[in-house]
Design a protein around this ligand. Structure first.
Ligand code: AMP
Ligand code: GLY
Length: 428
């Protein structure tokens, strides 16, 4: 089989790493990829939103599957673009169509969906610039902190959590009347704050049935002790010790099954990954958000725990035979720590040469923001490398990861030293 992976982060390297191990793979391409994906297959210098360029590549290389890493091309309709073209409609896109991707592309759409299907989520209302005054009144009816969400995609920055009412009102006005996030904030969802611990749950669906992937916990803040600015994610752990059977049964019965059934009932055809951003409030799951793709860095711990052939899963999605496929997981814990460029998520320098990569043997180094310059690997982004290890338990996996992180160096490298420290697990 010939497969194209779209994207250039640690998530895409982890997916490419797994595909490269499949007995069914003939040719693997990654667009645009990074220095790490270039070790798994052939990088092609194409942007993820260059649909015409992607079509040409797929025709030239007789592609069987396209796995779409980031949400952008899905929300912009890459799946529909392929289906509408006789020359490429036989090529399976692993990722939902434009309508289904609205689960991530529009907060208002996803909140309405959850409400319609009785899926537990925070109480909310949606406002536009014409209903700003009603928005103020709704804020007054809530207790602090206040959660404001731009309806559309805003590069991960569209959610504001504010401690006091005047600030919340000012931000609401700035989002609606002054287009703080451009068109993405022409509608704003205001919701009740939920206090609890978050986790990420993933399922693969072919539109009829689903398979669960392992859950993961992600660390979003830049600073230790979950302080400072939000990032794309600074590390992850899977499995999540507090996600015990009783809780995960609630997730399945109250969230996953109603979501799959709701999609079918609404006539929304979903082929791909659904990422449930959940919060555990006193042992009950609530949906914070849906994403229409895998998480990053969650993928860097979830995919290493997948024992079965990933192309089997893709085939199941493409031919809607997922229920007939076997999926097996590794019982071990996987942890990952993200090494980032100093200054990230604000401004940072690039093109720093990375040393120590050849000396890593018992961890997997997934590349995120890297590029090749001759034999040298250079930094090329904020999140640079994700160092993943297995262990019998979380402590052992983390020890291996941190031992190896210490061997890798680039100017102004930064990483969190407390990944996984907040979660307690029973000794194995
Ligand atoms: P989202 O983009 O919707 O995932 O929101 C970004 C982050 O904001 C989440 O990962 C949570 O940490 C936080 N968040 C969003 N909605 C809520 C809420 N209703 N209550 C508490 N925290 C929230
Ligand atoms: N790690 C969170 C995300 O991928 O959105």
């Amino acid at each position: 089989m010939n497969v194209l992976v779209l994207g250039s982060g640690g998530r895409e390297h982890a997916i490419a790493w797994k595909i490269a191990q499949s007995s069914q793979i003939d040719k693997l391409f990654i667009a645009p990829g990074n220095a790490g994906t270039g070790q798994e297959g052939t990088n092609v210098d194409l942007a993820v939103d260059d649909f015409e360029g992607i079509k040409a590549l797929c025709l030239k290389e007789k592609m069987d599957f396209v796995f779409v890493g980031p949400e952008g091309p899905l929300v912009n309709g890459i799946h529909d673009y392929f289906l509408a073209d006789d020359e490429i409609k036989h090529i399976a896109i692993i990722g939902p169509n434009k309508e289904a991707a609205q689960l991530e592309g529009s907060k208002d759409f996803s909140k309405k969906f959850m409400k319609r299907h009785n899926i537990p989520t925070a109480k909310y209302q949606t406002f536009t610039k014409d209903t700003l005054e009603n928005g103020y009144a709704f804020l007054e009816s809530l207790k602090p902190p206040y959660v404001l969400k731009a309806d559309g995609l805003a590069a991960g920055k569209g959610v504001l959590i504010l401690d006091n009412l005047p600030e919340a009102k000012a931000e609401l006005k700035s989002m609606l009347s002054d287009a703080k996030f451009g068109d993405a904030s022409s509608r704003v969802v205001i919701e009740e704050f939920l206090d609890g611990i978050e986790l990420s749950v993933f399922v693969v669906t072919d539109g009829k049935s689903y398979k669960k992937l392992p859950e993961a916990k992600d660390y979003k803040r830049i600073g230790e002790g979950d302080t400072g600015l939000n990032t794309g994610g600074m590390g992850a752990v899977s499995p999540v010790p507090f996600a015990k059977k009783g809780f995960m049964d609630k997730v399945e019965n109250q969230v996953i099954i109603p979501t799959i059934k709701g999609l079918i009932k609404d006539g929304i055809d979903y082929q791909g990954v659904i990422f449930f951003g959940l919060i555990n409030v006193k042992n009950d799951p609530f949906v914070i958000e849906y994403n229409c793709r895998m998480g990053d860095p969650e993928t860097e711990v979830v995919i290493p725990r997948l024992k079965s052939d990933i192309l089997e899963l893709f085939e199941g999605v493409a031919t809607r035979t997922l229920s007939e496929r076997d999926v097996e997981f590794d019982d071990r814990t996987a942890t990952t720590v993200m090494m980032v460029s100093g200054g990230y998520p604000n401004a940072y320098e690039k093109e720093k040469s990375i040393s120590g990569l050849n000396g890593i043997h018992d961890s997997i180094v997934f590349h995120a923001g890297t590029k090749k310059d001759g034999p040298t690997v250079l930094t090329a982004g904020g999140r640079v490398l994700s160092v993943t290890s297995y262990g019998k338990n979380k402590e052992k996996a983390l020890k291996t990861t941190y031992d190896n992180v210490a061997k890798i160096n680039f100017d102004k490298a930064y990483y969190r030293k407390d990944i996984g420290h907040d979660i307690v697990e029973e000794k194995k």
